[in-house]
Design a protein around this ligand. Sequence first.
Ligand code: GLN
Length: 474
Amino acid sequence: MNLNELTIKEATEGLKNKKFTSVELTKACLDRIKKRNSEINAFITVADEGALREAKAADEMIASGKAGALTGVPFSVKDAICTEGVRSTGSAKILDNYLPPHEATVIRKIRAGGGVLVGKNNCDAFGHGASNENSMYGPVRNPRDLSKVAGGSSGGSAAAVADDMCIYSIAEDTGGSIRQPASFCGVVGLRPSYGRNSRYGIMPMASSLDTVGPITKTVEDAALVMNAIAGQDKMDATTVPEPVPDYLKALGGNLKGVRIGLPKEYFDAPGIESEVKARTLEVVEKLKKLGCLITEVSLPHTKYSIAAYYIIVPCEDSSNLGRLDGVRYGVRAKAACLDDLYAESRERGFPEEVKRRILIGTYALSAGYYDAYYKKAQQVRTLIRRDFDEVFKKVDALITPTSPFTAFGIGEKIDDPLLMYLADVMVGPAALAGMPALSVPAGEDKNNLPIGVQVIGSRLAEGKVLKIGQFIAI
Ligand code: GLN
């Protein structure tokens, strides 16, 4: 087995027992990136020199007995998350030359603990998309089948982990961007509860939904990363003060008596592929054999979630993206007057989908339309959240597919934004409700494309979600 194929747990054990050094492990990942990235396009920036420097420092930490759970382990970061001194483009040309002066809190925690940053992952620009085709640096290709998308928006992170270019990745999930690409690429992706992990230093997309979480090869690794990054942060007032449990410990024990709900709206979703549905139900059977109590439940407002999401998110997008005008950050177009400078910088610096969201959001927030659109969508969001609150009085977790279908072809949906938005049908509701949700690989379809099963938990129940997920992983 090559070093870059290891999980976090295997890597830290090997490092501790001096079977290899972090420099060797990091070189194995960098070699893999060199070999595969031209095809897969998972990285926009490779931090070779910095990574080797950090690996050397990590080896010293290990030698002096100061190693933590992620010391010396190479990881990658979605490019919509700021890394100090390492180019962070958000996959949009307007930030092509942007070197953040600050570091996202979650990344600071990992690097302070001896994590080794190998590079920045391609994504849909600013997280807008479900296929990674809305990147101005080209689409990411699915390592399982290069003619298919890797999913989005964190397609680069999921493909990098699936193709062993790094040991794990840190990504952002506003409405599915960790879970859906994880499911398309056959890896594990956890969206934590809103407020569990700090959002400081991520490029804000829809601030009331944005979360940061891990993409890993195993559920156990996701628990390890959560142990390192979760918690309140004075730089993000929306982080919650509740203590962070030990997620690794939460994996212990069995599933006897755990109450699982199957929301019927998800299993009847339009466009759901029969193989995806059948595989999810097989997983449910397995959980039943392990002692889970299974009941059908209903989340009646699910059908409004795409409509509400695609009002709320563009509104918040348009407000957040107002800061990117060519003056304060990144690339500035040459122009004769200020208005032209704004227009030209944005015209060249944003892809179509970003412009579409700014236009929709600005329109929906304008005087006279605010009540009809944004306010109404927020009211619907409350109903969606109440559905979850009600159902979690009766069950401990919900099991659903992560996506109605497996990875689709590159180019297949890109010209039809509405079709693309429908890809979020199973990942959007939990995001609107602020609940934690995990995608776990659960086999493949007849074309060898991974199928992901989703576990949704109640607020701050990441431990429970991970525990159930661990039994699903095969
Ligand atoms: N498909 C979702 C969107 O385009 C994904 C967003 C996200 O989680 N960053 O809005």
